[in-house]
Ligand binder design. Structure first.
Ligand SMILES: *[C@@H]1O[C@H](CO)[C@@H](O)[C@H](O)[C@H]1NC(C)=O
Ligand SMILES: *[C@@H]1O[C@H](CO)[C@@H](O)[C@H](O)[C@H]1NC(C)=O
Ligand SMILES: *[C@@H]1O[C@H](CO)[C@@H](O)[C@H](O)[C@H]1NC(C)=O
Ligand SMILES: *[C@@H]1O[C@H](CO)[C@@H](O)[C@H](O)[C@H]1NC(C)=O
Length: 608
């Protein structure tokens, strides 16, 4: 067992900080230190454009410029210790924040901002692949920017002129670390994603591990394999890659970095192979260290000769970054870091991200509040927003059911200003609503049940693509009840209340945040938090609109967000409705994102 890490308290002194000017002042928390090893890593994943930091949550309010400063100091500290530090990013850098989504074309500012960090291994996420123009920008901008470190082990790009399929970037990379001279073989994967745009090709990892280049790569004799992937740690793809490497290298340490599931997690594959995942939305900077790479460290690992893997999930909090580098607000920001912070401020201003559409009257949560319930963002959608925005001028009185997948919503709504930026945090997508007219009501209802529970030809596991990432690939330490959603929720709510109360008696003033449990224990988070309860959400929600006052309608229009189309058609078919894509028509002009912004302007007119 690993011992409990000692706690220290980070102290806030004056106010000349970096971060964005609108960012709230960070709050101190009891801290766990970083354990340095011979080889150390900083990891970001699923940043989704949040390079400006969290402007409504003080514990995640550092920006990408602060991360540039942090990495500079950590590199200096590594040099002083005579050890190595590598930076990793595992994709989904785009979609999810006004800084990326607020420009036309998208990402006008973020590519340059992100590119200011020097990263040693970087790969692609599914969000870089949904739209052809996103794929193209990744190829034309990000790949050349990280020419030496971009890895595309199972991803090809289709060149627009020739139609040729070429590797999106190098398949793997071999390099030697600066201070210790470790030989590293680095690979970079994406899970077996199949909704990618036509100018990209994702090869299933089962096939990639049979490729000649892969066999050659794993037959090299490195000191350590570095496997990065936009893959949840508990997904089968990492097991396939791990097994393939172990089939040739029973003994070489493997450091694995994953993402996609939006959780903090660590997974042990064997005594010499560990993986970490570092959350989402630039809330977390992951830390992994390995000691005893060539010799093993028998004092820590149960097997003599095994290296020691440690991990820490660093809150993206300036006070924590000061703490880990032993610096303060005057000594911490580097010139380069300040410049990047300025780039972000300038971009936010140019994009008018602080432009206010309205004022949220209360907090609305995705998973921190029970669904259905008055504090649930999904109930807000069902009861207030969808009935107002799902309107077709030619069918104003036709009864309809509006269906939206919960994964279409990306973030909580905080009480207070609802800005252009907020709109993209909640809904970065460009898709709108389509419909199938005059569906028998009972068929429509059965189809919705099937989308939530699974059915013939719609496996419950495939339907998880519809819900939020945290529900799709839950860590085994995030416990879900087998009971029905509502029973389970009631029970979890009671436990949460008791637990939180007890916790707060002994630990006053803790900020609510991550209390991670993983294969390495429960001391992974760098800052001690009070726990947040996680409530389950379904795959899809739905609103009945213009229903007769007395009883159910015979027929309804089934309206759905575009992402649902490949699921809704089979669900209707297996519920007794014979429809195909020819029956699908546009219901309302504009994207959900634009309709949401317009609704906020009309309805949330109160003062903040
Ligand atoms: C890909 O190409 C097919 C056939 O040309 C087309 O129907 C489809 O809409 C395209 N998909 C995307 C995502 O561009
Ligand atoms: C920051 O640290 C420097 C060097 O230790 C010290 O001179 C300075 O007074 C500190 N500043 C603050 C605001 O604590
Ligand atoms: C920061 O920006 C200034 C002004 O644009 C420039 O002169 C300087 O070289 C930059 N410094 C770094 C380290 O990027
Ligand atoms: C939103 O505003 C519109 C226009 O004023 C109004 O018709 C509608 O009832 C409002 N919706 C809600 C849920 O208050």
């Amino acid at each position: 067992m690993l011992g409990k890490a000692p706690l220290a308290v980070a102290v806030l002194a004056s106010v000349t900080r970096a971060a964005q000017p609108e960012a709230p002042a960070p709050i101190a928390a009891p801290m766990r230190d970083l354990d340095w090893g011979e080889l150390n890593f900083l990891h970001t994943t699923d940043t989704h454009g949040w390079h400006g930091g969290h402007l409504q949550e003080s514990q995640y309010s550092a920006d990408w410029g602060d991360y540039v400063s942090f990495a500079d100091h950590m590199h200096r500290m590594a040099d002083e210790k005579g050890v190595d530090l590598l930076l990793v990013d595992t994709g989904d850098r785009v979609e999810g924040n006004g800084l990326y989504d607020g420009s036309d074309p998208k990402g006008q500012f973020t590519y340059d901002i992100m590119g200011q960090q020097s990263i040693d291994a970087i790969c692609t996420g599914n969000h870089e692949l949904y739209l052809e123009d996103t794929v193209e920008r990744e190829h034309d901008i990000t790949v050349p920017m990280f020419k030496k470190s971009y890895l595309a082990s199972n991803l090809d790009y289709i060149e627009p002129q020739s139609g040729n399929s070429i590797p999106q970037a190098q398949r793997y990379r071999t390099f030697t670390t600066k201070n210790r001279g470790y030989k590293v073989v680095a690979l970079g994967f994406l899970f077996n994603f199949d909704r990618n745009a036509n100018n990209s090709v994702v090869q299933p990892v089962e096939e990639t591990v049979k490729e000649e280049w892969f066999i050659k790569a794993i037959q090299e004799k490195p000191d350590v394999f570095l496997v990065i992937g936009h893959i949840g740690l508990r997904m089968k793809e990492f097991e396939i890659i791990f097994d393939a490497i172990r089939s040739q290298n029973w003994d070489t340490p493997i450091a694995i970095f994953g993402g996609h599931a939006h959780v903090r997690d660590a997974r042990k594959f064997d005594n010499k192979a560990y993986a970490i995942a570092s959350g989402r939305y630039f809330e977390t900077i992951g830390w992994m260290s390995i000691d005893g790479i060539k010799t093993g460290t028998s004092d820590v690992s149960p097997l003599k000769g095994s290296p020691a893997f440690k991990r820490r999930y660093i809150d993206n909090n300036l006070l924590g970054l000061y703490h880990h580098t032993g610096l303060n607000e005057t000594t911490f920001p580097t010139d380069h870091g300040r410049n990047v912070t300025k780039m972000i401020t300038k971009a936010r201003k140019e994009l008018k991200l602080d432009h206010r559409f309205g004022c949220a009257p209360q907090d609305y949560w995705m998973t921190r509040a029970e669904y259905p319930g008055t504090d649930s963002v999904f109930t807000l959608l069902e009861e207030q927003i969808l009935p107002d925005i799902v309107k077709n001028k030619d069918r104003p009185k036709t009864p309809r059911i509006a269906i939206q997948n919960t994964g279409a919503i990306r973030f909580d709504i905080f009480k207070g200003p609802f800005t252009k930026d907020t709109t993209y945090l909640i809904s970065p997508f460009t898709s709108g609503f389509s419909y199938i007219p005059d569906v028998t009501y009972t068929v429509a209802k059965r189809a919705i049940q099937m989308l939530n529970r699974g059915g013939p030809a719609l496996a419950a596991s495939d339907l998880k693509a519809l819900t939020i990432p945290e529900m799709r690939h839950p860590s085994p330490f995030l416990s879900f009840s087998d009971r029905s959603l509502s029973q389970g929720l009631a029970l979890q709510g009671q436990q949460a209340n008791t637990f939180t109360k007890n916790f707060q008696l002994s630990k006053p003033n803790l900020v609510a945040g991550y209390t991670t449990k993983d294969d390495l224990g429960d001391d992974g988070d760098d800052a001690e938090h009070s726990p947040i309860q996680f409530f389950q959400v379904p795959n899809v929600i739905s609103a009945d609109i213009e229903f007769p006052k007395d009883g159910d309608p015979d027929k309804v229009d089934v309206v759905f967000n575009d992402y649902l189309q490949p699921y809704i058609i089979p669900a209707l078919q297996f519920s007794g409705g014979d429809y195909d894509s020819d029956n699908v028509k546009r219901y309302v002009e504009g994207s959900f994102t634009d309709l949401l912004a317009a609704w906020i302007k009309e309805n949330w007119t109160g003062k903040c």
